[in-house]
Design a binder for this molecule. Structure first.
Ligand code: GNR
Ligand code: NI
Length: 182
């Protein structure tokens, strides 16, 4: 099957509130496999269903950078989060230079709670509750924002957001010009 296309700003579908997943079905299993495929192809470290035009509270993640090599080696660590919740975000903040597949090639520092207790179901519908920190906590919060129609640029000052969107518009115009010249 073709790789699922990833929605980009300013697509209004990125702003929808996603609905809970009611049960594990063959359809959801296929969606998860297709989301991993799209995430590894991009490449990215996380992907919310909303980004592939499915407004369900489901996201996939693999914090290992880069897909495994042709021999199948490498250290993939695929994780599935279904109906995730954040229970008690820490007062302590951490800052990470975030990017988003829906805001291509643009990066900015975002401040978020450094430690969170999270609860979710996995692909086998098993419930997990765990204290998370580091990149895992940052990435889960970034992905959970997508389930609520929020993008990382919404956490920036208006000035920084406008500058970033201007750079994105310029990059798109430049790549369009190059494509037409080729
Ligand atoms: O690939 C991604 N990298 C990333 C880097 C820092 C913080 C968050 C992320 S998630 C992003 C993929 C994406 O857009 N997920 O929604
Ligand atoms: Ni994103």
């Amino acid at each position: 099957m073709a790789i699922l296309p990833i929605l980009e700003v300013p697509d209004p579908r990125l702003r929808r509130i996603s609905a809970p997943v009611e049960a594990m079905t063959d359809e959801i299993r296929t969606l998860i496999a297709d989301m991993f495929e799209a995430m590894y192809a991009a490449p990215g470290i996380g992907l919310a269903a909303a980004q592939v035009d499915v407004p369900l509270r489901l996201l996939v993640m693999d914090l290992v950078d880069g897909p495994p090599d042709a021999s199948g080696k490498g250290t993939r660590n695929p994780r599935v989060f279904i109906n995730p919740e954040i229970l008690d975000p820490s007062e302590e903040r951490s800052v990470y230079n975030e990017g988003c597949l829906s805001v291509p090639d643009q990066y900015a520092e975002v401040e978020r709670p450094a430690v969170i207790r999270a609860r979710w179901r996995d692909q086998d519908w098993v419930e997990h509750e765990q204290l998370l920190d580091g990149l895992l906590a940052t990435c889960l919060q970034h992905e959970m924002d997508h389930l609520n129609g929020v993008l990382f640029i919404d956490h920036l000052s208006r000035l920084k957001r406008d500058m970033l969107l201007k750079k994105l518009a310029k990059a798109r115009a430049d790549s369009g010009r190059k494509a037409r010249a080729a």
